[in-house]
Design a protein around this ligand. Structure first.
Ligand code: SF4
Length: 684
């Protein structure tokens, strides 16, 4: 809507997975006001990032022309020249080494349509399944836990269900800072006496302070207390037996697996008391409706998928699926991390989680695209980095992802990026990752393009163009089409809506998704039937397996590989801050936010500060088995004993947590075990 020079445009927040939608008022390129009025996920709420975090859109160092490296230096180039260069070099690499020498890493910065086109470029044009996205860094283990037990890899219900629960259990999530609008819903229900909540975490953050029960297990032992609590519920006759009889398979084998999680073992491993475990079991069993929320504190471990599975097992044993106010809620980190996976930017799944390994599925997509879909499983992000080091992956296209800083063991990752025959990076800025590139493409942020995003509750929402792209920046879907056509694809999409129509024609879970049904503030939560009926609450009648029954899946607890010892004697936890988003490429470029929180710091406990004579504000060096960073110490009671906390918003190698982290990963999904990290601290 335009009024004079002022324009009002509906958009969706570009930051976290809550998916707040609001009107943005602009005059030319100036963002005048953010007005949340009727967002389906957020109502009238936003947090500081959604409300004020838009300065990056007009930052003076935005990329406005393509860059091509010539004799070691970047030179500006036209889009035609840059894309000709990319197409020519890709063709040569494929001709010499085959299509699997190329990989594409999409991200949640892409719209759903852009993620769809990125995977189609990989599969139907280049001929490889080497396509992945940043869910590999965060939530793939949660998805795996849900696939194993209930069938769909998304939240069981809606954010409104979380607010309707009698008890919310929050595990490994600093919800107030990472998903503020969801935290507000939980806090409001609690304040009004409608619900209670339990927090299990290492840090005493805001939600922990407010919780009815705060559990502080030892690092890496969430699976142990979850299994012990489930066992207690069964032993005390508090399981929902009718739900188990009617809707769940595998009970006997699962109960056998719980033999390893007796109270004595659980208290020894977790450091929690018997009383705490019994109280937790009683609170969960006695609540009529329970939701469990979890995030990276659970997933970024070698056993991240197994702990996510243990959460879902607990919900099944207590009958907490398929009713309003119940269910499993892995909190998606980025705004479109759900959609990037949903629309097929994954190495073993086509759009709609349709498996590459299934002949009928491949045949269906091959017919739709008029090209045979390759049957070889692709490499995930983690495997691509190893394949670059091994020399088998020679070209990489990275879309909006700062993997040189956000992937674990950053030095190893950066060495890989620097050794590629061809690295193409599309981004808003000359990021650390882009600094290694051969060709850099200036991307357009969400305010400069149109498309859809999918939030943590599987809700697909449209966002509209509020301003023209800066300089020669282009939406990813536009240059993806141009590149594909240079490689002979013959694509003719004139609008993201045409891309969505094709995805809906192929993927069963999007059958009824179209742009008209998503007009304005309308939204759809997948799966969406052909008549447009969507699914706010899953599993009301059936779980998403052929039998319709859920599965209890035994999972073992395995001690993490990375342990503290005499040389590396402190555990370093890491995560978000309210004000900054990940490496901070957007929020550091927003005046106000950058001043309030100018850089990362390490939280040090009062006990450790006294023991090692660490002053508040002292410059310290953190050293791991991979590298070292220098940051200021913040002495606080949020962390305890020999545990530290380093926010992940370090921008440079000198302060980035991933210079310290290792290459070890979740056993099932290869999500980095960012949270399993031993360091020593040196006062400078
Ligand atoms: Fe909403 Fe998350 Fe954006 Fe904050 S960062 S406004 S909670 S979507």
């Amino acid at each position: 809507i335009r009024r004079g020079l002022v324009q009002r445009t509906k958009t969706v927040c570009t930051y976290c997975g809550v998916g707040c939608s609001f009107d943005v008022w602009t005059r030319g390129r100036d963002v005048l006001r953010i007005a949340p009025e009727r967002g389906p996920a957020n109502g009238i709420s936003t947090c500081v990032k959604g409300k004020f975090g838009w300065g990056f859109v007009d930052a003076p160092d935005r990329l406005v022309r393509p860059l091509v490296r010539r004799e070691g230096h970047f030179e500006e180039a036209s889009w035609d020249d840059a894309l000709d260069e990319v197409a020519g070099r890709l063709r040569a690499i494929v001709a010499e080494h085959g299509p699997d020498a190329v990989g594409i890493i999409a991200s949640s910065k892409c719209s759903n349509e852009e993620a769809y086109l990125a995977q189609k470029l990989a599969r139907a044009v280049i001929g490889t399944n080497n396509i992945d996205n940043c869910s590999r860094y965060c939530q793939s283990p949660a998805t795996m836990g849900l696939w194993r037990t209930v069938g769909y890899g998304g939240d069981a219900g809606s954010i409104s269900d979380i607010a309707a629960a009698d008890l919310v259990v929050i595990v490994g999530s600093n919800t107030a800072e990472s998903h503020p609008v969801i935290a507000t819903r939980v806090k409001r229900a609690h304040k009004e006496g409608r619900s209670k909540f339990i927090v299990a975490d290492l840090r005493r953050h805001e939600m922990a302070e407010r919780a009815d029960l705060f559990l502080r297990p030892r690092p890496g032992t969430d699976l142990v207390w979850l299994a012990a609590v489930t066992r207690l519920i069964i032993e005390e006759g508090l399981a929902d037996t009718s739900f188990l009889d009617e809707r769940v398979e595998g009970f006997d084998a699962y109960v056998e697996s719980l033999a390893a999680f007796d109270l004595a073992t659980a208290t020894r491993l977790t450091g929690l008391s018997e009383e705490q475990l019994r109280l937790t079991a009683r609170m969960i069993a006695e609540a009529e409706r329970v939701c469990v929320l979890w995030a990276m504190g659970v997933t970024q471990h070698e056993g991240g998928s197994d702990t996510s599975t243990a959460i879902s097992n607990l919900l099944l044993v207590t009958g907490n699926y398929g009713r309003p106010g119940t269910g499993a809620y892995p909190l998606r980190g980025h705004n479109n991390v759900q959609g990037a996976s949903d629309f097929g930017a994954m190495p073993t799944y086509l759009p709609g989680y349709e498996p590459i390994a299934d002949d009928e599925v491949r045949q269906k997509w091959s017919t739709l695209w008029g090209v045979e879909v390759p049957d070889r499983p692709g490499l995930d992000n983690h495997q691509m980095i190893d394949a670059i080091h091994a020399g088998s992956l020679r070209a990489l296209v990275v879309i909006g992802e700062e993997l040189g800083i956000v992937d674990a063991n950053a030095t190893y990752v950066q060495e890989a990026l620097g050794s590629l025959e061809l690295l193409v990076v599309a981004d808003l800025f000359l990021s650390r990752t882009a600094s290694f590139a051969d060709v850099v493409l200036p991307a357009a942020p969400s305010l400069e393009k149109e498309g859809t995003f999918t939030n943590t509750e599987r809700r697909i929402q449209r966002f509209y163009r509020a301003m023209d792209p800066l300089g020669e920046a282009r939406a990813d879907w536009v240059w993806l089409c141009d590149l594909a056509n240079r490689l002979g694809a013959g694509w003719s999409y004139d609008h993201p809506g045409a891309v969505m129509a094709e995805a809906a024609a192929g993927a069963a879970i999007f059958a009824g998704v179209d742009y008209e049904r998503l007009e304005g503030y309308a939204s759809l939560q997948w799966p969406v039937a052909a008549d447009g009926t969507d699914s706010p609450l899953l599993y009301t009648e059936r779980f998403a397996f052929p039998s319709g029954r859920a599965r209890l899946v035994p999972v073992p607890w395995v001690e993490p590989t990375e342990q503290v010892d005499d040389d590396f004697d402190l555990h370093l936890n890491n995560g978000r801050l309210l004000e900054h988003f990940h490496e901070g490429n957007m929020t550091y470029r927003t005046a106000g936010i950058a001043e309030v929180t100018p850089g990362p710091f390490v939280e040090v406990s009062e006990e450790l500060a006294a023991e090692r004579h660490i002053r508040d504000g002292a410059l310290v060096r953190l050293v791991s088995r991979r590298g070292a960073v220098r940051v200021r110490a913040l002495v606080t009671d949020r962390v305890r004993g020999h545990e530290l906390y380093l926010p992940m918003n370090g921008r440079a190698n000198e302060e980035a947590v991933n210079v310290l982290t290792s290459s070890s990963t979740d056993r099932a999904t290869h999500t980095p075990a960012f949270k399993e990290l031993a360091v020593r601290l040196e006062v400078l």
